[in-house]
Design a protein around this ligand. Structure first.
Ligand code: ZN
Length: 323
């Protein structure tokens, strides 16, 4: 079938945080990502929605957070994205370990995985993250943001997500339908020892991997856990084709929802992880100039008419600046 839809890879990952200022300081200053959008949770306008990405908010680079201050600490477990991994240039892990020492970041020993070196660490809410050293090609689609971290070490979008699944079979069938293919299986040291990690790859360059680990580990959503992972369906036509294709896997996709910077379809995959399909357009620079992204609180659509009340309900935050 020539018209089989296939995602190029991850579009964004959305997580739950606690204190919004602490979240902002860590992702902007310590990790050096750019705040490309400061908005509100469109389903809960009393909560921020922060989007941290590369310089241009390229699809495949944005890590987003709902800082739900009143929620409890979560626990990573089965039916969740257990690890989110970012690409960094080959040779930059020494820089990152030194930076983590300087900033007091909790990191673990490096591990080798599918021939690549992985540096695992956690953010201030306990969210498990990894940096993976990879060769970044000259024509890479990502553009480094260099306010706090020099270009030669900067995070360059997603590498992968790891799914912890009780019974991977149906999810793996779904991933194949979405255009992922198995590239290898190996033991997974330092994660859930003894378990086999199966790596799936999509056709793109950024965020192209999904790793699957069969795991029975009770978890709960809260601070330091992933809320959902979104995959790229660049156009409406590709998204509708993918929506139709995944419907054959006993999942129930929503209708398309306008998220203002992309249009989205959501469904829970068979093991309960919330998946999203997101278009590439209109993008984070559709309602702010590229050089002013994140500067102001953006209230899309009808929320704009309630700015005063919404701002009054939000904690003040300061965007970190390098001097
Ligand atoms: Zn999303």
């Amino acid at each position: 079938m020539t018209d089989t839809p296939a995602t190029p890879g991850i579009h964004h990952v959305t997580c739950i945080a606690g204190d919004p200022q602490r979240n902002m300081d860590f992702w902007v200053e310590t990790l050096g990502l750019r705040l490309v959008k400061r908005s509100i949770n469109q389903d809960d306008p009393s909560t921020y929605h922060f989007f941290f990405a590369d310089r241009e908010g390229t699809p495949g680079t944005s890590m987003t957070f709902f800082p739900w201050e009143n929620m409890r600490r979560g626990k990573v477990g089965t039916g969740q994205v257990s690890r989110t991994a970012f690409r960094v240039p080959e040779g930059s892990l020494d820089y990152w370990e030194a930076r983590f020492d300087e900033y007091g970041v909790d990191y673990q020993d490096r591990v080798d995985r599918f021939g690549e070196t992985v540096l695992p660490f956690t953010d201030p809410d306990g969210l498990p993250i990894e940096l993976v050293a990879v060769e970044i090609p000259d024509d890479d689609p990502t553009v480094p943001w260099t306010e706090f971290v020099p270009a030669e070490h900067a995070i360059r979008g997603f590498h992968s997500v790891t799914l912890w699944l009780g019974d991977p079979f149906q999810t793996e069938e779904l991933l194949r339908t979405m255009g992922f293919e198995v590239v290898g299986t190996e033991e997974s040291p330092g994660d859930t020892p003894g378990d086999e990690r199966t790596r799936f790859a999509a056709s793109g360059l950024v965020g192209k991997y999904v790793d699957v680990l069969p795991t029975i580990e009770g978890g709960r959503q809260g601070h330091g856990t992933v809320h959902h992972v979104a995959f790229q369906t660049p156009t409406d036509e590709e998204q509708e084709a993918m929506r139709t294709a995944v419907s054959r896997h006993s999942v129930r996709p929503t209708n398309q929802i306008d998220r203002h910077w992309f249009r989205s379809v959501y469904f829970r995959e068979p093991n309960g992880v919330l998946f999203e399909l997101a278009t590439s357009d209109p993008g984070y620079d559709s309602d702010e100039p590229l050089d002013e992204l994140g500067e102001r609180l953006v209230l899309p659509g009808e929320f704009g008419s309630r700015r005063e009340a919404i701002e009054a309900g939000l904690t003040d935050v300061t965007i970190p600046r390098n001097e």
